[in-house]
Write a protein that binds this ligand. Structure first.
Ligand SMILES: *[C@@H]1O[C@H](CO)[C@@H](O)[C@H](O)[C@H]1NC(C)=O
Ligand SMILES: *[C@@H]1O[C@H](CO)[C@@H](O)[C@H](O)[C@H]1NC(C)=O
Length: 255
């Protein structure tokens, strides 16, 4: 009881939740990390990030790989161009999240990363968490950072939640959407185009469409009640008659 009382007193003394920075501000941005430049964008360069990039390369086709590379660079630019976000976002958490966010798209036959019963975002989040814990550098990560990566990947398509979570989670989702919606949030047209020149966007829509069709066919239950549902319904209505490629691309509520 004494402890309960102490706890209550301590909690009462805390500032309102909204006044507590949501990000991993305790570890915070790490300006001392080495950097390299990709497509004109200065990114942090750690062994874990390099390994994440390679891991994604090993589990993706060219279209998906180019997509995750662009989203990493767009997310990085978004933070670089915004002083508030620069102070809050953990660049290594952001990089690993963006680089690994589509592990649930791994279509290698027999892939251990893809479940039969979970949304691709959850498969990706679990695979990224395993990747971090299995990696020498990642094993030293505080659990909080691993959790941020998990949340950022699991929620990236659900902006109703992602945009109101930690800045790390928010900017992962926004960086990914920017690949579909164009330059935004302080990222200039020139910066955006430079990234798209190095990692071409031309196959993005067809490749994402193919992945969605694969998901709607192989584990339809995971697509119900998500942004993929209307897509799956059109696919089902149309599949036998006209074939998969005729299904319209759908992403986001306004599509
Ligand atoms: C910077 O980011 C914060 C947090 O997302 C946002 O509220 C603010 O509008 C951004 N500033 C600019 C200039 O984009
Ligand atoms: C099938 O797809 C075609 C081409 O997108 C479209 O015009 C047609 O309305 C679709 N049919 C159904 C039943 O959804």
């Amino acid at each position: 009881m004494q402890i309960t009382h102490l706890l209550a007193t301590a909690l009462a003394a805390l500032p309102l939740a909204s006044a507590i920075p949501l990000s991993g501000a305790a570890h915070g941005p790490t300006p001392s990390l080495p950097r390299r430049t990709i497509a004109g964008v200065s990114v942090v360069d750690t062994p874990l990030i390099r390994a994440a990039q390679q891991y994604m390369r090993d589990h993706s086709n060219d279209a998906v790989y180019n997509h995750v590379m662009r989203t990493w660079l767009f997310g990085t630019l978004m933070v670089a161009n915004n002083a508030t976000l620069r102070a809050l976002v953990d660049p290594e958490v952001q990089a690993v999240s963006l680089l690994l966010h589509d592990l649930g798209f791994d279509r290698t036959p027999g892939s251990k990363l893809v479940s039969e019963d979970k949304r691709f975002e959850v498969d990706g989040a679990i695979a990224a968490r395993d990747f971090i814990r299995d990696h020498r550098e990642g094993r030293g990560w505080e659990e909080r950072r691993v959790q941020l990566v998990w949340d950022a990947i699991a929620l990236h398509t659900e902006q109703k939640y992602a945009l109101f979570k930690e800045p790390d989670v928010e900017t992962v989702s926004r960086g990914i959407f920017m690949d579909f919606s164009g330059p935004d949030r302080g990222v200039t047209k020139e910066e955006y185009q430079k990234v798209a020149d190095v990692f071409p966007q031309d196959t993005l829509r067809d490749s994402v469409k193919d992945v969605f069709i694969w998901l709607c066919r192989s584990k339809p239950v995971t697509t119900y009640d998500t942004f993929m549902q209307p897509f799956g319904e059109r696919f089902v209505a149309n599949y036998s008659a006209v074939g998969s490629r005729t299904v319209d691309f759908v992403l986001g509520p306004q599509a």
